[in-house]
Design a protein around this ligand. Sequence first.
Ligand code: MN
Length: 487
Amino acid sequence: MARRDDRLREYRSRRSPDRTPEPDGVEGRDAAPGNRFVIQEHHARRLHWDLRLEHEGALASWALPRGIPTDPDHNRLAVRTEDHPLSYLDFEGEIPAGEYGAGQMSIWDRGTYVAEKFEPEKVMVTLEGERVSGRFAIFRTRGDDWMIHRMDPPPADRDPFPERLEPMKATLSADLPGDDEAWGFEVKWDGVRAIAYCQPGHLRLESRNLREITAQYPEVRGLVEQLGAREAVLDGELVAFDDSARPSFQRLQRRMHVGSEAEVRRRMGEVPVTYLAFDLIYLDGHLLLDRPYEERRAELESLELDGGSWQTPAYHRGDGAAMLEASRVRGLEGVIAKRLASTYSPGRRSRDWLKVKNSRSQEVVIGGWLPGKGRREGEIGSLLVGYYEDGDGEPRLRYAGKVGTGFDAADLRLLAERLVPLRREDSPFDGRQPERGAVFVDPVLVCEVAFAEWTRAGTLRHPSFKGLRDDKAARDVIREEPQAPGR
Ligand code: MN
């Protein structure tokens, strides 16, 4: 038998020709040396890209879980797979469930290549395709594991993929902006802010204090499957909805403070989250920071993100008052107004983004608790909270009152678990002190409270616990006062 037939034995042994639309692997000899290549996007159990190089009458093949590298600093894994028949160069289609490689396969790129080296453990080629061009080295590391390395510099007009961006922040505003038509309005989502770094086959979610939180929210991973080979950095909010389809920060608590993978999986079934993407910072080699909000939104919408656990909520041009009223009627927290012409400033609290709330909430630092009485005897009765104020030197923790409502049994258990190890003798508060009987703690935990208003003494009137936040450093918690919208 021809040598090529031997090379395709493994290919044939893995497939039943009557059950898969793939080529059968029995075909006439083609003695031409051949220099074609194909890259197929394969939505199998795990998304990957299959790189196949025509070589000695068959297709030498590698599966690339993270696609083709775009710059020389980041090599990517390339798993050697069985040789495929030449007719696979044109194959696209659905491999049926239950069959080897089940899932949708489509041609992502194709073209020709020039080989400088084609050895059993090292291949050096220049690919000339429609999407991919450049010089690559593919070399074996161990077993079937190879790496693919881009030898050329990245394309000259490519911005490097960003890392560790702090989200842009909105200024609390007492009112809607006056020049309505110059603004876009979005619902203010009551959840956890997250930047989503999406690269082929890889997602990283980072909270606003730059902590990686990807493992907490496995259901969002499908976002990168939908984006395929596209590279994007999104800004958005992770939200859990309550039974009346309102975002519930309290319900999200069940997902925020979970350690083990098994526990994450279990709670994912009970309290599913949705990632609501409302901004686009980077797309396919281009940073969009300097582009106006309106253009970034148009690009974002063109991605048509619409999975079960990720969405792009709509925004409205103008009509801020109607939007705020609608949000109040639906029991939502408020709206965010974003100036249509504004650029994206990472980490800045900008006046180009204004949050206008229907109800007031504030982040506070927990400095201690008062033991419960009656039914809550032996438990935490109320939390003693404060905020930082910049003094002459060190920032000082100001007492802002006690929070005695809004908890359920699970909240109280979690609070006790977190607070007991932080106990200390002296008060962390500077100036005014809470009442007698207080148990003090190191002021490191941050929680969010809803409240009616600030008293003249600088304490919270009718505060109610909404949940712990671990995406903010205690030292950054200050008293937030609504600003006039300005122009
Ligand atoms: Mn494959």
